[in-house]
Design a protein around this ligand. Sequence first.
Ligand code: GLA
Length: 406
Amino acid sequence: MKKIMLVAVLAAFSLTSLFAQKYENLALTPPMGWNSWNKFACNIDENIIKGVADAMVESGLRDAGYVYLNLDDCWHGERDSLGFIQADPVKFPSGIKALADYVHSKGLKIGIYSDAGRKTCGGRPGSFGHEYQDALQYAKWGIDYLKYDWCESEDINPVGAYNLMRDALRAAGRPVLFSMCEWGTSKPWEWAAETGHMWRTTGDIFNCFDCIDQHPGWAAYGVMQILDMQNGLRKYAGPGHWNDPDMLEVGNGQTVNQDRAHFSMWCMLAAPLILGNDIRNMSQETKDIILNKEVIALDQDSLGIQGLKFAAEDGLEFWFKPLVNDDWAFCILNRTTEPKEYTIDWQKFNLYDDVARRFTDFDSKVYNVRNLWTRQEEGNTKKMKSVTIPGHDVVLYRLSMNKKKK
Ligand code: GLA
């Protein structure tokens, strides 16, 4: 009898490790939260993070859906004598468990950062060779989200490395959202739907609307460059597995127009909305952008279909995103620095979306038009419509049909 039990236990164990899966249902819509990197880089400590937790609640961000508070690089100290990673004792004297408890007490979730290589990009200990130990430590601390980077990984196979950490997280037993950060190098959209909940599609974002920050051997990219690099990827995203065009720079010093365009486009892309500004000190303009519930609703739409660029003309781009109830989001992006007058002839936008398998049908359907930034109803799609799109800005509409009540 004992023998049979033992065999059954061993069989169950090897089956789980053979078929280890990521945690399901953690990211049915794109994850939302905040991350320390874009604003603070390596200069984080427990007081900053606690202040951010307080601000996420007080500003209304948590209630708008931004629930993950994520530490990025440089929280680490050394490994202990058994190899378990510890927090930097100077920056985080109370330790990560106490910080996680604090974050959880605010109704938020906490994320942490590591790297598949030997060292993180900031030179802290990576998880290579310690994957199961690190996953266990995170579970003990109460971590809910792991961003897993790709520095010092030259001789490592990405599929193996990311699946290894997925399996380690699974074995540790605490549901963790797995955010893969290998910069799109190995085309994770082609292989990672069963591995992670989101994957970076590009190198790092640079806090600039339209430029490239070129270094020998690597580059960081402005908002428009990252947008262009999403071409062709929409069919790979969906509930539970998202393309990640990197964290937001809204509120970090670009103009209000640029911030509005940046936020709108990330919502059109069904991108994870991970804020990167100092939310303890935000302007009203920044709040108005990141807390606009109707714009967030485009991103969080339960269909989970990434938007498409339908056409481009004279510095303008015309984007559509299919939404539930046969609605569409429609965005005109002005990539030039000058305001542009444009007359929308809806008939020009009769399109078939082969991912949603749906037509816009402007020739046979009439949609009501709601401007999501001015929050005004602006008639319907029966008539042509003239608009002005400021430079480096958007107009953003939700198109909804009059539904007859049954
Ligand atoms: C890489 C990542 C960034 C950030 C830094 C931290 O560059 O892509 O998002 O995490 O490392 O060092």
